[in-house]
Write a protein that binds this ligand. Structure first.
Ligand SMILES: [Zn+2]
Length: 304
């Protein structure tokens, strides 16, 4: 398997969900071993790698920060690029937050279709998990386990007539992501809107970019899937796992988790190199040839 980038540039624009700031995003091809790198074009192209070492404050969205430069709500765009197997990419952005668009990853998938995918001459490197890692906070937990493919299982349980218990399990590929998850939109509860606004969040939120759940039902239906909420949580999980910086060979389980637990999992995983290895072979039978791959140009970040 070889590394990839995109063939041609594509752009989109829109308002940020939390900041309400309008921004323009452009996807730009990048050379092998670049990884996925955000560039704040409004700050002299300041680069922020899509990597666990740059995870900042995480609550209702995932934010990256490097040397005081912030970028919010990276998860939906990264879920699309990661699921599509795009190893190298510049994401140029002229604001502090990735546009929310319709609240799902579908507009980003459409962008990537316009871009096309180019295979590069360098072998792809995978982060292969060797030992389990679990994080528990009360009744919420997330875990990562050895596997020969990238698989996720996501369980949610919200006490609401339209939500309740929902569970998604899948091997992540461009096809499964497109069909099962990409169209699932972000959501919030009507009762949380005022408190979130008071916290300075969801300034760009509207009925156009988030499902709003009332006590009994949904304010702006119809839903795209009966279990759209569980699907969106799985989308968020994949977008946060993208911060591993390399494609994962692992099974990830999230139980009533969220961005905070997802990103803690990535940070703790990267901080402990005894839990994983880097290989250019996706499948075990070929690994004999790759023992010498080691950790080229990849440094595990310090804890946190
Ligand atoms: Zn989301």
């Amino acid at each position: 398997m070889f590394q990839t980038t995109i063939v041609r540039e594509a752009a989109t624009q829109g308002i940020g969900l939390h900041t309400g700031v309008y921004g323009h995003v452009r996807l730009v091809p990048a050379p092998a071993d670049t990884g996925v790198v955000f560039r704040r074009v409004d700050l002299d192209h300041f680069a922020i790698e899509a990597h666990g070492q740059n995870v900042a404050h995480v609550s209702y969205a995932t934010s990256l920060m490097k040397q005081g430069v912030l970028l919010s709500t990276t998860e939906h765009l990264l879920a699309a690029t990661y699921s599509c197997g795009i190893d190298n990419l510049y994401i140029d952005i002229d604001s502090i937050e990735i546009p929310i668009l319709d609240g799902s990853a579908e507009p980003f998938m459409q962008m990537l279709e316009r871009c096309g995918i180019r295979r590069l001459r360098r072998k792809r490197r995978y982060l292969k998990v060797l030992k389990p890692l679990e994080i528990t906070e009360g009744d919420r937990r997330v875990g990562i386990y050895p596997a020969d493919e990238f698989r996720v299982r996501c369980y949610v349980d919200f006490p609401h007539p339209l939500v309740g218990q929902q569970e998604i399990e899948m091997v992540v590929s461009p096809e499964t992501f497109r069909h099962l998850l990409s169209r699932a939109r972000t959501f919030c509860f009507e009762r949380d809107i005022a408190p979130l606004r008071a916290m300075g969040l969801i300034r760009g939120g509207s009925l156009e970019n988030a499902i709003v759940l009332t006590n009994e039902g949904v304010m702006n239906g119809p839903l795209r899937f009966p279990d759209e909420f569980g699907r969106h949580k799985a989308l968020d999980l994949i977008g946060d796992l993208a911060l591993a910086g390399l494609p994962l060979l692992a099974r990830v389980e999230a139980h009533k988790a969220g961005h905070s637990l997802h990103t803690q999992l990535v940070s703790r995983l990267l901080a402990d190199p005894t839990l994983w290895t880097i290989t250019t072979q996706a499948h075990e039978e070929a690994e004999v040839d790759t023992a010498s791959v080691g950790l080229p140009s990849y440094a595990a970040p310090a804890a946190d």
